[in-house]
Design a protein. Structure first.
Length: 390
């Protein structure tokens, strides 16, 4: 196995996700899912493995929706995928194709030209295409699973281009489809937290709960034993010399907080620098990469997304993270509120509770059994201190 940070991972090379994927399939039997996770933790790899190795009786359809910027684009992308999927099986999107043709759409050699007025009828396109696929699956005794990656990003695009009302309508239609068709399931995930999109819509008086029929499942870092196994395989695959491979692999797993992405980066750096796999060299590589101006681990994301996600509350978020990055690195709600009062004009406990809840869901923070907060990932805390000059 070769180090491949950020690249497409061969499904057969996925380490330590068997139990998680089994849990996902068991949960899908009951309801649709929202998969939550920090970026670069491997959630897209997980759903791609679900597509490649489906549970018995399920027909998974995977789509990356990041490129969709309108409701019509979303509907058309789904229609095209379903049409091609059924065509490969010698079947057809009957209801959707009848509508498509009647509206003036054409298909030549698998290339689709959609009618100009299709944008106003995106609900019809989406509904009819999904119902065609459901009908064929029902006839075959199978169940349909949409694996939709980056749907929160798509919803944010639709909100920004077409307005909050259209984004709300997309969410409401997807919920209606789930409620209408018992054999339909959706698994949605993305690098932008769905809760941020929903919060922005609720600020515009969107009162519906479009995902209250779905369950949220978090994708954690690898278990330590699996992270060590991954590091060992990469050390072997890259041919790195090591006097104590188990110690080196454990050091890599520990330094990376068991994130597969960072494990790949560490091994790649050792290979490029011609270093043996030793705990000392691992520590040296990590220390240098955390302050590398090129940001090879893409950690600046943790700082740069704050103004986008938190708007007027960004100053409070920076102050909270600075406080928790210091010693002892843990604080209660009352201590954080006192800190904010002393450092700014902030004086609103309810607002603080809302901010902390969002920061937990964005994987910055974790709350312990005593109700105090600390950084969820030690590596991110370490980087934050370096980046902020603390």
């Amino acid at each position: 196995m070769k180090a491949n940070p950020g690249g497409q991972i061969d499904i057969k090379a996925v380490i330590g996700r068997e139990r998680l994927i089994q849990n996902l399939w068991e949960a899908v039997e009951q309801q649709s899912l929202v998969i939550t996770a920090e970026r670069r933790i491997g959630k897209t790899t997980v759903i791609k493995k679900m597509r490649a190795e489906p549970a018995s009786g399920w027909v998974p359809v995977f789509q990356d929706l990041e490129r969709c910027h309108s409701a019509a684009e979303f509907a058309m992308v789904v229609y095209k995928e379903i049409h091609q999927f059924l065509s490969q099986k010698g079947k057809a999107t009957r209801r959707a194709k009848e509508w498509f043709t009647a509206m003036g759409g054409t298909e030549i050699g698998g290339l689709f030209k959609f009618p100009e007025q299709a944008g106003a009828h995106w609900k019809d396109v989406l509904t009819r295409a999904v119902e065609d696929l459901i009908h064929e699956n029902d006839a075959a005794g199978s169940k349909l699973l949409f694996l939709w990656d980056e749907i929160p990003f798509m919803l944010a695009n639709i909100r920004d281009r077409e307005g909050e009302q259209t984004a709300m309508e997309v969410l409401d239609l997807l919920r209606a489809l789930r409620q209408t068709h018992g054999g339909l399931r959706m698994v949605i995930t993305g690098s932008i937290g769905l809760h941020h999109v929903l919060t922005s819509l609720k600020d515009k008086n969107y009162s519906n709960s479009p995902v209250n029929d779905m369950t949220a499942i978090d994708v954690p870092p690898l278990a330590e034993t699996d992270a060590i196994q991954l590091a060992t395989l990469l050390i072997d695959g890259e041919g790195l010399p090591s006097d104590d491979k188990p110690a080196a692999a454990k050091a890599i797993a520990d330094e990376a907080d068991c994130f597969p992405f960072y494990i790949h980066h560490i091994v790649r750096a050792l290979k490029i620098r011609g270093l043996d796999a030793t705990p000392k060299n691992v520590a040296q590589v990590v220390a240098s990469q955390l302050v590398d101006a090129n940001d090879p681990w893409e950690l600046l994301h943790y700082r740069e997304r704050i103004p986008i996600y938190y708007g007027y509350d960004k100053k409070a978020v920076f102050l909270i993270l600075d406080e928790l990055a210091g010693q002892p690195g843990i604080a209660s709600i009352s201590e954080l509120l006192a800190m904010l009062k002393g450092s700014s004009t902030f004086d609103d406990k309810e607002r603080l509770l809302r901010i902390l809840s969002l920061m937990e869901r964005d994987h910055y923070l974790k709350r312990d059994e005593n109700g105090s907060y600390h950084f969820r990932f030690p590596l991110i805390r370490r980087w934050w201190k370096l980046n902020r000059g603390m």
